[in-house]
Design a protein around this ligand. Sequence first.
Ligand code: MTE
Ligand code: MO
Length: 565
Amino acid sequence: MSDHQTTSAEESAAGQPPRRPRPRVGALCGLIAAGAALGTAEIVGAFVRPAATPLIAVGQAVIDLTPQALREFAIAAVGEADRPLLVAGTAVLLALFTAAIGVGSLRRPWVGDAGIAALAAIAMAAALTRPEADALYALPSVAGGAVALALLRLLVRTARLSAAAPASGEGGENPAGADTSAAESTDPSEASSNAAGARPAAGAFDRRRFVLLAGGAALASAGAGAAGRWWATAQAGVEASREAIRLPRPASPAPPLPDGAELDVDGLSSFFTPNGDFYRVDTALSVPRIDATRWRLRIHGRGASEREYTYADLLERSDLIERDVTLACVSNRVGGSYVGNARWIGVPLAALLREAGVRPPGEGGPADQLVSRSSDGMTIGTPVEALMDGRDALLAVGMNGKPLPAEHGFPARVVVPGLYGYVSACKWVEEMELTTFDAFDAYWVPRGWAEQAPIKTQSRIDTPGTGAQVSAGTVPIAGVAWAQHVGVEAVEVRIDDGPWRSARLAAEDTADTWRQWVLEWDAEPGEHRITVRATDESGATQVAEESPPAPDGATGHHTVDVTVS
Ligand SMILES: Nc1nc2c(c(=O)[nH]1)N[C@H]1C(S)=C(S)[C@@H](COP(=O)(O)O)O[C@H]1N2
Ligand SMILES: [Mo]
């Protein structure tokens, strides 16, 4: 064996200058303690309250507390990656912080205690302030914090005391390392030179014992993590039960898609958006996994006699309908992707409300707002009048022939033609309360979004894409246009500053769905800007004036710049 392989324990045994643990050992202690905290919280959370694990709870609190402007920016900047980015960002901050407290606690153990207590308190506060929180939401953070506290102390003591032992009581005489820590805190770069052996009184660092302990702890945390994942798979039992559900044939099926409703153009959105491609917008960091056999929907409030429905109640009803409805998000930018079209199966919401004795305001009913609440505490406020005015407002259970995917609200969600998702489309809905707009502000309203928000008429160019290089000659320009519950009457396209030309519209499915359109363009070489605008059946044409999504939906024309050669 060569000399290069001597460990520090062997070095000290060989009488070489003993070492004090380096800062990076402290950092490692901190990181391992953090890992153990997360692993512990993960496994406790999995069995108690999955949404209460620290990364999820803190990330969720960040989502709810982030000022709207910043949120808009984050969504614009990173698109749908904002969710993983948020979790990763939280994890990185946690890693940096715990590494720092690990280093600090090498000389001042209270730094570790205080740091971890602070982290656990933050995680606990974040979990307990979730709208759906109960006392058990504190448990993952408390358990994780306790384990981290004990482990960090143990690791640091192993690194410190075993290091101090051979140096005849250095640790006892100078427990806080007062002079050394003062020197090192003024100049961090000095710390590494000290650790490199300049300080003679420091003891050797027993690497073997430390590695055993640290490795064991890391392994145990990973094991806890794996157990958590195993539980997640066990929860996929919820997924299996979802897959096994047979949706009944609706009493009123959707009429067949008319011929010519779907154009055959490369790059054009398909008429029906497959479930796997359907945009997803919600505030949930962990998708609620709800067992349909235990799910209940409660309807109550002003002017309503309380009613409760099970999932089976819904499926057994004789008034199930199937309808094609295009869903859109208010935060969709002009030309954006937060819009999709699906064939939904559900119970007419008006029928459920009538069963509860609800009358719309137009008939003298006392409630003008229906507040839907989801299992994760989202609140969405919808005008009762719109729900009962004859449109196909649904409590949906099926999406494109399948039970709702978990991401899209299983077991049941609301779908209302013509209203943006944040004022209608509550996923994972468990409660509907009849109230008034005066009496209650739903989730997004105090965050700067309009109380009521019908979907604005919009059009989008799907192909060619912006920045595309195309060859001169005939180029199909195609896309989709929507004016839910009103209907699209015309789509026009303009090249550069030329005249508006009528695009060919695909056949209309219903006024509640988007419509594809195409224009054969005789493209001439050069740089060109393509602009689109739609006119709805009320005769209103999309305005050119650009306004941002907040507070009630973006306006402006979608444009695409292309190079023709
Ligand atoms: N529980 C819950 N439901 C929700 C939301 C949410 O954050 N939580 N977001 C709403 C918004 S803003 C939109 S646009 C639609 C999006 O539905 P999707 O994700 O199925 O496309 O869901 C609505 N329903
Ligand atoms: Mo939305």
